[in-house]
Design a protein around this ligand. Structure first.
Ligand SMILES: Nc1ncnc2c1ncn2[C@@H]1O[C@H](COP(=O)(O)OP(=O)(O)O)[C@@H](O)[C@H]1O
Ligand SMILES: [Mg+2]
Length: 647
């Protein structure tokens, strides 16, 4: 239960240093603007109009003071015309400012959420395209975190971005205004802005490694949490609640500490960044006052300068917000890119198979497969499943049966050799042709939190209820489906929790059969189904008119005996092929394994029947199991797997 830490962004540490952060952050912002140029334009325009009017307001207020307030104060009389103009100017400016603020905020929101949606879609598409082997190496919680927390971090600077753009525009205008009013006040401003930027840049640099760590820890907490919830049944059954809480709390505590570190740094810098403009206002007032006394500027200009400095104080912080979020956004973007750049996709060919409706031929031709850790799971495997025949794949645990089943359904590609369906290399077939012609049913059935009907049809075209019922009959699942409260419309709960293990297996088998595949691969897919029903299902499949070729991983003697041929795997190699009776007679390891399976199965049955108080002498010794009695009706052995039997 260890997690690959930092797996989603292995190189970020070396790269997110110093000035690079700023450059990469700005490049990231540029890329995001290109994703949503229109909302950005609306928001930036709104921000600029807003800031321009804010500055204009400084002049209006300066004018009002000089033209209305001062004369009123000095002469005690007010010119009505000036008041009307003053009020109209203030009101008009305020209304336009209000609307432009709306444009800025709405535009920024549309942009940010639009970019988030864009990346989430791209990430999801990558997840879907990446091969099984990639998914096995990446915990689900981390994948969720990539699509969630990382995307959010990457786009966080977008919220204050238009405001910051407006501010830059405002600073530019203000500088021109300051210089046109007086060089001395302009110098105060000239000193303030570079200091602010420098302070922000320093903050960004210090923040980067902390933001990266926090982002990694978010993924880890998500992965730990996801695993615990996913394994809720095991956690409860094994009394692991305290241990799991401990495991989660260790990650969560680390995340908390990292976030507090982030907060500390923010707390150290924010007051300085926020206070600097205020200091600027005081300095500007002092300098302005001196210049007023020296007669270089008049009272209106002094008021304008003071007001301009004070209205700049808040917007300038918006630049700080953007810069402050840059480190986190760079890290988030790197983690997103790591997913987007992941390779190893399955590429599909463009060949279709002729839809004859007849069973297909599967052929393995000198196939070898090695897992990424270098372990060769299959070596030089050659065999054929003739059209319409049933081949049983028998072998001890770890002999490579599931690997072979995955190759047959092209979840993975062979390292050497070829797997062919009707003579065509699986790699040359289109994705649709593969999906239509082959079906793999695995031992652990996956059932979606939806209705039985949705679980069976999976939105595939042409699967009407008649066809679903046919499939249910063939999978031996029609009786229990019919007895469910709402039949096909019954909701089965998350992962099918309202069904027994055997019911779930039969449902997933029916799902595969509903598509009428021409090749059916069953990887221990009926292990939790009672042996009698299993035999019925398999002989039904064999004799049905919708015949498919069947490759079945089996361990029960009755099941194996139904197959036309047996392929026996030992340590990734086929050591014997032939009929069940032939192998039993001629191949000792085979006979030993099958007998061991049989004994384990019989013991299990003995236990099960004995507990139910319906032990009937001799029945569990019956090699064929065909007529053994099952008291509980549903013989649920979902926890049963070949690991236990082969030992
Ligand atoms: N994802 C994997 N990564 C590395 N090795 C694996 C992986 N899956 C299976 N193996 C190894 O490959 C061998 C064959 O496994 P598998 O095909 O699952 O056997 P079986 O289904 O017959 O029990 C085993 O030694 C197993 O440990
Ligand atoms: Mg297996």
């Amino acid at each position: 239960m260890t997690l690959p830490t930092g797996d989603a962004a292995p190189t970020a540490a070396e790269q997110t240093t110093d000035a690079r952060i700023l450059r990469r952050g700005l490049r990231n912002i540029g890329a995001m603007i290109r994703i949503a140029p229109k909302p950005f334009a609306v928001a930036a325009l709104g921000a600029m109009v807003n800031t321009a009017l804010t500055l204009f307001l400084s002049f209006v207020i300066g004018w009002v003071v000089a033209e209305i307030a001062v004369p009123a104060y000095e002469n005690g009389e007010v010119a009505l015309g000036s008041v009307v103009i003053g009020v109209a100017a203030l009101l008009g400016t305020s209304i336009i400012r209000f609307s432009s603020m709306c444009a800025r905020r709405i535009g920024a929101g549309v942009m940010m959420f639009g970019v988030q949606a864009h990346w989430r879609r791209r990430i999801t598409r990558r997840y879907l395209a990446l091969p099984v082997s990639w998914h096995q190496k990446h915990p689900t919680g981390t994948l969720l975190s990539n699509a969630n927390a990382d995307v959010e971090a990457a786009t966080r600077p977008l919220a204050p971005l238009p405001f910051a753009c407006g501010t830059l525009f405002m600073v530019a205008i203000a500088m021109v205004a300051f210089f046109s009013i007086d060089w001395a006040v302009a110098l105060v401003a000239l000193a303030m802005f570079p200091t602010l930027f420098a302070l922000n840049a320093l903050f960004a640099t210090k923040m980067a490694p902390r933001a990266k760590r926090a982002q990694e820890l978010r993924a880890e907490v998500s992965a730990v949490g996801h695993e615990s919830f996913d394994g809720a049944l095991v956690v409860k059954a094994m009394g692991r609640e305290a241990a799991e809480t401990e495991r989660f709390s260790a990650s969560a505590t680390e995340l908390r500490d990292a976030m507090i570190g982030v907060g500390r740094l923010r707390a150290a810098f924010e007051p300085a960044i926020a206070g600097l403009p205020e200091i600027g206002v005081i300095l500007a007032l002092l300098v302005g006052l001196a210049r007023f006394q020296a007669g270089a500027i008049d009272l209106g200009q002094l008021v304008t300068v003071a007001f301009m400095f004070s209205v700049l104080a808040l917007p300038v912080r918006a630049i700080g917000w953007v810069l402050g979020d840059l480190p986190g956004s760079v890290v988030g973007r790197e983690r997103v890119d790591h997913v987007l750049a992941a390779t190893g996709d399955m590429t599909y060919g463009d060949k279709e198979l002729q839809d004859t409706g007849a069973a297909a031929e599967l052929a393995f031709d000198h196939v070898a497969y090695a897992y990424p850790d270098g372990h060769e799971a299959l070596t030089d495997v050659s065999f054929t499943v003739e059209p319409g025949s049933t081949v049983a794949l028998v072998g001890a645990t770890g002999s490579g049966k599931s690997t072979l089943a995955h190759l047959a359904a092209r979840l993975i590609d062979p390292a050497r050799g070829t797997v062919r369906l009707d003579g065509e290399d699986l790699r040359d077939l289109t994705h649709a042709a593969l999906a239509r012609n082959t079906a793999l049913v695995q031992q652990i059935p996956f059932v979606f939190d939806d209705t039985v009907r949705a679980n069976l049809s999976l939105d595939r075209a042409g699967l009407d209820d008649d066809r679903l019922w046919d499939a249910l009959v063939a999978a031996g699942a029609e009786k229990f489906t019919a007895s469910l409260d709402d039949g096909l419309d019954t909701e089965v709960g998350e992962r099918g929790t309202t069904l027994s293990g055997g019911q779930r297996q039969r449902l997933t088998l029916a799902r595969a059969l509903a598509g009428r595949p021409r090749l059916l691969v069953l990887d221990d897919a009926t292990s939790a189904v009672d042996p009698k029903v299993e035999s019925q299902i398999l002989s039904g499949l064999k004799h049905s008119s919708e015949s498919a070729s069947v490759l079945v991983v089996a361990y029960r003697r009755a099941t194996i005996a139904l197959a036309d041929r047996v392929v026996f795997l030992e340590d990734g190699r086929i050591t014997a092929q032939g009929t069940h009776t032939g192998l039993l007679r001629d191949h000792r390891p085979y006979a030993e394994l099958v007998t061991a399976y049989e004994r384990a199965e019989a013991e299990r049955e003995f236990d099960s029947e004995f507990k139910d108080g319906e032990l009937k002498d001799g029945e569990f010794h019956d090699a064929e199991y065909g007529d053994s009695a099952f008291s509980g009706g549903e013989f649920n052995k979902s926890e049963f797997n070949d690991e236990e039997t082969a030992a």
